[in-house]
Design a protein around this ligand. Structure first.
Ligand SMILES: [Zn+2]
Length: 152
């Protein structure tokens, strides 16, 4: 692995109870050394509503540094249990998860040819990441991620 591919990115709330689990998950999943955290309270709501322009610009600037400067090629977008910045039920938060908004930012920054992978996560009441999926009939659900430990 070359030096440019040792970062991934996580867009998530400022709530410190959830940061560690996402960092660990991204490191294991993508084999990166570091995870840039792009935090704002209720960030899923900010991105989904797309009306708070100063915050949207700040988020975009952080994506620019993480992808353009650090070479990240994987971005997780995470909603979480009991979010004070976005106090609505899980089902509604999952529907909000703003993959299209983030992908538009990636495009606007000129990174759309880099093959950046976006992942949607739900951080559950145990602070653990679950991957969010959309079934063929349009139902949105989350599933806990299971890793098989590799021997050293
Ligand atoms: Zn929150």
């Amino acid at each position: 692995m070359d030096g440019l591919k040792t970062y991934a990115t996580a867009i998530l709330c400022m709530d410190g109870a959830y940061t560690g689990g996402v960092r660990k998950n991204m490191k294991r999943r993508y084999g990166v050394e570091y995870v840039d955290i792009i935090p704002q309270p209720g960030i899923v709501k900010i991105l989904a509503e797309s009306i708070n322009l100063p915050r949207l610009e700040l988020i975009k600037e952080m994506i620019n540094i993480s992808v353009g400067g650090h070479g990240s090629r994987a971005i997780a977008i995470a909603a979480h249990h009991n979010c004070l910045g976005n106090p609505i039920p899980k089902e509604k938060q999952l529907k909000q998860l703003p993959r299209k908004t983030v992908e538009k930012m990636i495009k606007d920054l000129g990174f759309d040819q880099l093959g950046i992978k976006t992942t949607l996560l739900w951080l559950n009441e145990c602070h653990l990441p679950e991957e969010v999926h959309i079934s063929p009939n349009g139902r949105i659900f989350s599933r806990e991620l299971v890793f098989i430990e590799k021997p050293d």
